[in-house]
Design a protein around this ligand. Structure first.
Ligand code: PLP
Length: 418
């Protein structure tokens, strides 16, 4: 049921009568109570002494999350802003960029690059194949080798394609660029991969990593990031696309003392400090623990999809996303109609199919503030909704997931962590 938004009534969006809504979309993901409490602290003077301490703390903590020693720029903007920041800081009008298309988000980034006045060349597999597999690094390598004049200035790829549930191999893309001995910058969107899927900005040789707050970081939408390599910083000195709000230089200079040139998102930064503490906590296994639990949840969810006899959007098990699973509905079954039943009957939101795959698939998010039982509950909602929609299931996905979770204990034992 839609929320009532009558003109003179209080805006009441929490219309779920009891219990918690199951927010199983691949971001925004549920925000843990600990983070909500941290964000409820009073807003402070963003030029006062306390703020500087907060700023320095979050800037240092996010470097650990990106696995980098280089600057991470934090913007009060959604992920789309950080896409623009990456391009406008490094590129000049008419520059040639090679963008790999893995799905809807990769295609939106292409559109933006075109609007910014860049010459966009798209590389992907033919038909829908490109949206069902990870980045094919050999195609990038072949294209860069053919570019003997080095006209291509950047290679842009999406690490975790949120529209399809595919996590590409960024190391392979780096190797492809190096094998072609090409100087192009490597720009990577890990808006939905960061703090869920393994990601190493420095070790993988990424020049600009783009991310956002509302996925693995378990925060509300509203802040986004650019992690910047020395090579990207150097490129920014001569890049000519217009930039003001996004300009790294002034932000990085002021960040040295924990401040920003404009008003930052104070309360989201409280939340970010708390999120980093949670993600890096050694008693919960630190980042390796975060990555392992996402892999385990994803495997449990996939076992459910297989038991239902439904097809997973990603065709290559090597690049299954630990963050979300795209589930294809049988021919003739509108995936959005199934989602609607699951929402209306069981108070559970699932991700819609985006772009080319609209109506053909739904997406189950398994990221951030989840556990075995919330996921099993979400899968129960899916199973009931699929059956109510007339989909003939091969077997019980809920049972398969329960069997998987029982047979594969989490690496970090809760009793030990307590
Ligand atoms: N890139 C990816 C991979 C995404 O998942 C999203 C949003 O879901 C975006 C870019 C755009 O980010 P935003 O909606 O925060 O602007």
């Amino acid at each position: 049921m839609p929320a009532k938004l009558t003109s003179n009534a209080m805006l009441t969006l929490d219309f779920h009568p009891t219990g918690r809504h199951f927010l199983q979309i691949p971001g925004p993901s549920p925000v843990p109570d600990r983070i909500l409490r941290a964000m409820s602290l009073p807003t402070i003077d963003h030029r006062g002494p306390e703020f500087g301490a907060l700023g320095l703390r979050v800037l240092k903590a996010v470097q650990q999350i990106f696995q980098t020693r280089q600057p991470v720029v934090i913007y009060p903007a959604s992920g789309t802003g950080a896409w623009e920041a990456a391009l406008s800081n490094t590129m000049s009008p008419g520059d040639h960029v090679l963008m790999y298309e893995t799905g809807h988000f990769a295609s939106l980034w292409q559109k933006m690059a075109g609007k910014l006045g860049l010459k966009v060349e798209v590389v992907t597999l033919p038909g829908l194949e490109g949206w069902r597999r990870g980045v094919q690094a050999h195609l990038i390598e072949a294209r860069l080798k053919a570019d003997t004049q080095h006209s291509i200035k950047a290679v842009c790829v999406v690490h975790n394609e949120t529209s399809t549930g595919v996590t590409s191999d960024i190391r392979a893309v780096r190797k492809a660029i190096d094998a072609a001995k090409h100087p192009a910058l490597l720009l990577v969107d890990t808006i939905s991969g960061l703090a869920s899927a393994e990601y190493k900005h420095d070790e993988w040789g990424v020049d600009v990593t783009i991310s956002g707050s509302q996925k693995g970081l378990m925060l509300p939408p509203g802040i986004s990031f650019n992690a910047v390599s020395p090579k990207a910083l150097e490129a920014s000195k001569s890049a000519k696309l217009p930039k003001s709000f996004w300009d790294w230089e002034e932000i990085i200079a002021m960040n040295k003392t924990g401040y920003w040139p404009y008003t930052p998102n104070t309360n989201l930064l409280y939340g970010l400090a708390e999120a980093c503490d949670m993600l890096l906590a050694p008693e919960h296994g630190g980042l390796p623990g975060v990555f392992a639990r996402h892999q385990r949840w994803a495997a449990g969810v996939r076992s459910a999809v297989s038991a239902w006899g439904l097809e997973i959007q990603c065709l290559d098990p090597a690049v299954y996303s630990p963050v979300l699973t795209g589930v294809m509905t049988p021919e003739g079954v509108d995936a959005d109609a199934v989602r609607r039943v699951i929402y209306e009957r069981f108070d559970c939101s699932l991700g819609t199919g985006l772009g080319k795959v609209k109506g053909r698939m739904f997406r189950i998010g398994h990221l951030g503030d989840c556990n075995d039982l919330t996921l099993t509950g979400a899968l129960a909602g899916c199973e009931m909704g699929l059956k109510l929609s007339g989909v003939k299931l091969a077997g019980s996905g809920v049972q398969a997931a329960m069997d998987y979770f029982s047979a594969h204990p989490a690496a970090v034992n809760l009793a030990k962590a307590a």
